[in-house]
Design a protein around this ligand. Structure first.
Ligand SMILES: [Fe+2]
Length: 361
């Protein structure tokens, strides 16, 4: 923060890393992306040739059909929400201010083939929060889903729908079903669950020694014709960091992956979870006691024929051994294929990407 406002060229760039149009971009949602070269040396803050006028989310979405990169910039001050599209060549070709948005914390969003889905939860800007992250739960902040057509005039046509109070940090995916309804899924906390995980993040007194969350996967079905939302919690395992085969971003995916956490009653444990949305089956690869996996990144196999033909990569932090390993799991059965023992413990990861070296760099 400077006397003139936030310095968007200053970033810890430690939330996520992506590749788009040959550029490696390290992301943190409060600032510009930081570009890296192919040797991972810092190039510097990247503002899309001056067309990025705000911070950039750490969770942009690549449309697997068009190759476009869709993303937003969120701020606790007006304009609260700006939306951008960069084409497959990396040029920002569309941007718009989104009407009706508020200072609600917006960490992630979703796209479908014909819509953009914004999520505002009941966690919002709170200057009285002195933990270092000025956000907190507010019962006065309604939770809402914003559905915006993917058209040039979409921003003016956005519709906001109230949902049950909660906070969804990460969207698993969204798509349009056969009836044209918007289906959105993602792990969500209620007020109590938010406080539990927040206390850990901010290092509040009395927090546990291991990361925890109390977020449970929730599904919203937005019926645009009827103007209503049906919602329910669909699983009893505490999970976060949902991932999928990214060829299915915006389309109905059969398989969702996530990281599981032990709950306060000892149910579940640290592991990598696979959900089969067609059968309802759930499979867990247990990581072991005090062994915390990072986001499980799906890597398609060469010549893949099925959605789950591929691998899951996760860096496991062993909190007791002070060591880290990269696990390679078979995405079909969650069996471990390989363990890469890293020479030292690396900082517990959050998000990640597989970027093959065949990328044009
Ligand atoms: Fe995230």
């Amino acid at each position: 923060m400077t006397e003139h406002g936030p310095d968007l060229t200053a970033s810890v760039a430690g939330t996520h890393v992506i590749e788009h149009a040959g550029r490696l971009l390290a992301l943190c949602e409060a600032n510009f992306p930081f570009e890296l070269d192919a040797e991972l040396e810092t190039v510097g803050a990247y503002d899309f040739d001056g067309k990025l006028r705000s911070a950039m989310t750490a969770h942009p979405k690549t449309d697997p059909v068009t190759g476009e990169l869709h993303f937003f910039g969120s701020s606790p001050f007006p304009p609260y929400l700006l939306y951008y599209i960069a084409d497959a060549k990396g040029q920002i070709v569309h941007s718009a201010e989104i009407p009706g948005a508020t200072a609600s914390l917006k960490h992630d969003f979703a796209i479908t083939r014909h819509h953009v889905v914004f999520i505002e939860g009941s966690v919002t800007f709170d200057p009285a929060e002195h933990s270092g992250i000025p956000y907190g739960w507010s019962d006065a902040q309604p939770s809402r889903i914003g559905v915006m057509p993917r058209t040039a005039d979409g921003a003016a046509r956005i519709r906001w729908f109230d949902i049950e109070p909660g906070n969804m940090l990460h969207a698993a995916n969204a798509y349009e079903d056969a009836q044209g309804r918007i289906v959105l899924e993602g792990p969500t906390v209620d007020r109590e669950g938010f406080q539990l995980s927040w206390n850990w993040w901010v290092g509040a007194p009395g927090r546990g020694t291991e990361p925890n969350t109390r977020s449970y996967t929730r599904r919203w079905v937005v019926d645009l014709a009827q103007g209503r939302v049906d919602e329910q919690t669909i699983d009893d395992l505490a999970v976060e960091f949902p991932t999928l085969n990214e060829d299915y971003v915006g389309a109905e995916n059969r398989y969702t992956y996530a990281v599981s956490f032990p709950d306060q009653d000892g149910y579940g444990g640290y592991g990598v979870v696979k959900y089969d949305r067609a059968t309802g089956a759930r499979r867990v690869h247990q990581a072991g006691d005090a062994r915390l996996p990072s986001e499980a990144v799906f890597v398609p196999a060469e010549g893949a024929a099925n959605e789950d033909d591929g691998y899951l990569l996760t860096v496991v932090s062993d909190l007791k051994q002070d060591a880290s390993q990269l696990l390679v799991l078979d995405a079909a059965g969650l069996d471990r294929i390989a363990t890469v023992h890293l020479p030292r413990r690396v900082t517990g990861g959050i998000h990640g990407s597989w970027i093959p070296d065949t990328t044009d760099q």
